[in-house]
Design a protein. Sequence first.
Length: 235
Amino acid sequence: MSVTTDKFEDRAGRLVWDLPLRLTHWALVVSVAGAWITHYAGIQWFEWHRRLGYTTLVLVAFRIVWGFVGTRHARFANFLRGPRTTLAFLRAGGRTETPGHSPLGALSVVAMLTLLLVQAVTGLFANDEIANAGPFYGCVSPETSNRVSGLHESNSNLLLGLVSLHLAAIAWYVLGVGRPLVRAMLTGRKDARIVATGDEIPGSRIALALAILAALALALALAIRAAPEATIALY
């Protein structure tokens, strides 16, 4: 009976990624892709671009907060490693398996969240020099908005490059190493041979996640509502 149970656990895996974390990950995939598409689709799609930017900002803010109060493997303190550990991981060819994020994956998470936060925040103050602007355009001078718009554009290129590297790394791990990273981010589970019983998380803390998400969305909505109205200064 014990042998059968062990074999089942090896196949089913043990829970390491909570549901709020997984939903945030896939929601960011949709919101970022949608924001990129609506940016190039024309000014008639600007309102959707703005809404997707708001969504991205709330999701990124949630992920940062969750990195401090979330479940075990979602916390920054759990997966951020020093230079020595990261170099040792790289020398091993990135094949060392960990219950949560690998040292290199941890750096990717921090870099991705940083660029997404910069992109979403700058979008609040940016303008397209035609007729559309972020909700906080009236909080800064037109010159400042133009500079922020330039940063918004430059950062989008950095973000696109990082996303490309992220996808390439996933493809290498899945196809080259045979590590089911995508499946783990869908089910939240990893092989029981990698995740010890003590490393498994007991649940997803959904009520706390919903409360944080609601508070962040409300704070952004109130800030946008209080922002001064302004017309884009073309000259």
